[in-house]
Design a protein around this ligand. Sequence first.
Ligand code: ATP
Length: 229
Amino acid sequence: MAILSGASLRAKSIHFSVKANSGVERSVLAIENLAFCAGEQIALCGPSGSGKTTLLNVLLGLKLLPGADISWDNIKLSSLSPSQQDRWRREHVGIVFQQFHLHPKLSPIDNVLLSEHFGAFRVSPGIRLRAQSLLDQLNVPARRNTEQLSRGEMQRVALARAFLRRPRILIADEPTASLDVATAKTSFAMLSELCREAGTTAIITTHDQNLAATLDRRLDLKEGLLCEP
Ligand SMILES: Nc1ncnc2c1ncn2[C@@H]1O[C@H](COP(=O)(O)OP(=O)(O)OP(=O)(O)O)[C@@H](O)[C@H]1O
């Protein structure tokens, strides 16, 4: 059984508009209240341009909106200084992108450990072991050139990197959009399983309704509003 270690979210008053070329304001986000339970896995769906990425950035404090109140485990992000927010993200958030953002000339294990090399002179043996065991679990060779891997393997390296520090929150922005259908299904299932094992709260944007249906909850973003189908 998973030990629940995810973070819970309470968010209020998320309002964001953009001006179209015509000069007319268009509301991208108009969300009054949003709550996620610890350990919940949420699929965030919606047409292209509906505001999914913007919403993820707001929830992580990467995009600040006047009046918005974003609290994870009762910690209000706006009450933290910019450096405290950076530290909070480093300690609690894992991120997976559509375009994996891996260094092609480094090995998979060095990609997983890259941010550790920035933070410390020497990577601790425990963290190195964790990186190796994640790569083993995800069935990726640890010591080949990353550029020689398949796209599915590259995505699994990105998953290992995101889970290295056992994040309490996992954000994935269309993590399987550049994969073929079968590889996308496998990668999505692995991502969900890693979250389940650690009790991580996950918010995953996807255009794939079948993948979305495998998570605990689906939210559709349409004309600024979130609804549960
Ligand atoms: N800083 C900004 N200035 C102007 N327009 C912006 C800004 N940020 C976002 N937008 C607009 O807000 C809308 C939502 O963008 P966003 O990238 O969040 O959508 P999305 O649902 O993630 O799209 P996709 O599925 O294509 O990735 C888009 O029309 C975008 O152009």
